[in-house]
Design a protein around this ligand. Structure first.
Ligand code: KG4
Ligand code: ZN
Length: 339
């Protein structure tokens, strides 16, 4: 008999529910995005996000059930993100998941959001086998992780300041391009010249696997401010292409370096920035020349969704790793601390 897992995700500004069969087959996948609400603020407003989750969570779960053609009594377990993320937002999904699990008397499984991003890959790629190196790169995180076995994570390095996605969002905000900045930057950068401005590549040649993007962000903002001060024309596409290239150069270099050091033949990309086609192209080019394979999820599975939560939940369910109904939301939850 197959196992149906309901996944729930409310860690940031997406209210999402999905039903996944046996960790692989997405039966339904509903994402209610709050982008249009937060857009006018140029970023996510936590208090608004949690209120919106409260409004949306039940309709989103109902829709996921409706679209799946399954009944709530068909579910084998419920998996929900309990951290990291915005505490008020996390609490909404967590409370609803606990209530359904209790009422249906089925296992309740708390999932680390970063682990879920990694598992998004398993929904589509059967060939992935540890050990591998994973670059988790999103609006909240930029981390390089060595995965010896599933569930065993070694953090190799992470950003010391801003996450890569966060910097895409901030630069777009400064240029009044809207939120989120990643997809808009990618689109406009296609028209620009990546070598137009030589922006810094922080920590590129540093021995560690850490990242730092705030200096790059400041350099780009300063460049734009100077042009504005002098009333000069702002070459948006060239600025964005040059900025994007700087971020990607660093991400690619460090990830390849880690894969070589740890002698892995697979690199996995995860998180919202993994949707970036230049990142995908450049890392694949370099890795393939070294006989290393690169995997990443389809774009709709790179950004926040609940199918990835259900997938991670399935593997825990199979290992009988349930969570207690006392599980709390944890805003700063490291990947290595898996419940
Ligand atoms: O994983 P995600 O949906 O949420 C977090 O867990 O943070 O990632 C959202 C981030 C945003 O910062 C967004 O600008 C970025 O991913 N992003 C991109 C692209 N699509 C989304 N960054 C660069 N290029 C893209 N195509
Ligand atoms: Zn995420």
């Amino acid at each position: 008999m197959s196992d149906l897992i309901l996944g729930i995700e409310t860690s940031c500004d997406e209210t999402a529910a999905a039903i996944v069969e046996d960790g692989k087959k997405i039966i339904s996948n509903v994402v209610a995005s709050q982008i249009s609400i937060h857009q006018k603020y140029g970023g996510v407003v936590p208090e608004i996000a949690s209120r919106k989750h409260i409004e949306c969570i039940i309709p989103v779960i109902d829709k996921a059930l409706d679209e799946s053609g399954k009944k709530i009594t068909d579910l084998s377990a419920i998996a929900v993100t309990y951290g990291p993320g915005l505490i008020g937002s996390l609490l909404v999904g967590l409370s609803v998941a606990k209530a359904i699990a209790y009422a249906q008397n089925i296992p309740f499984i708390g999932i680390n959001h970063l682990e879920a991003h990694i598992y998004a890959n398993l929904l589509e790629h059967n060939e992935i086998k540890p050990p591998f190196v994973c670059l988790i790169v999103s609006g909240g995180h930029t981390s390089l992780v060595y995965i010896r076995h599933f569930g065993e994570y070694e953090l190799l390095g992470q950003t010391k300041d801003d996450a890569a996605g966060e910097v895409f969002d901030k630069i777009a905000k400064v240029l009044d391009l809207g939120y989120p900045g990643g997809p808009i930057t990618e689109r406009l950068a296609k028209e620009g010249e990546p070598s137009f401005i030589k922006f810094p590549r922080p920590l590129l040649n540093d021995k560690s696997y850490d990242f730092s993007f705030s200096g790059l962000k400041t350099a780009v903002i300063y460049y734009i401010k100077e042009l504005k001060k002098e009333n000069k024309n702002i070459p948006i596409s060239n600025i964005l292409a040059s900025f994007q290239q700087a971020v990607i150069d660093v991400l690619v270099e460090k990830t390849i370096k880690a894969a070589l050091k740890y002698k892995t033949k697979q690199i996995i990309l995860a998180g919202g920035v993994a949707a970036n086609s230049l990142l995908r192209k450049e890392i694949k080019k370099k890795a393939n020349s070294l006989d290393i394979k690169v995997f990443y999820p389809s774009t709709f599975l790179c950004t926040d969704n609940a199918a990835m939560v259900a997938s991670a939940g399935y593997y825990k369910f199979r290992e009988n790793k349930k969570s207690s109904l006392n599980l709390d939301a944890v805003s700063r939850l490291p990947l290595e601390r898996i419940n």
